[in-house]
Design a binder for this molecule. Structure first.
Ligand SMILES: [Zn+2]
Length: 61
């Protein structure tokens, strides 16, 4: 999978997050602090994308 760096802090965005949110340009920490850059997904999945990511992590662990 293509690597992507966070547009705010420059850290690499984890592959699991890119799988869940292919359009994101922010890491989890920055999305929580500054807000996610994904707007469209919120309507499609019916919840905040980062909350959705937390649920994915919870079910996989
Ligand atoms: Zn970041």
């Amino acid at each position: 999978m293509e690597k992507r760096l966070c547009q705010l802090c420059g850290k690499e965005i984890p592959a699991a997050r890119l799988q869940a949110l292919p359009e994101t340009n922010r890491c989890v920490d920055c999305a929580r602090l500054k807000g996610s850059d994904i707007k469209r997904t919120r309507r499609e999945i019916g919840m905040d994308p980062d909350t959705y990511q937390d649920l994915l992590n919870a079910t996989r662990s």
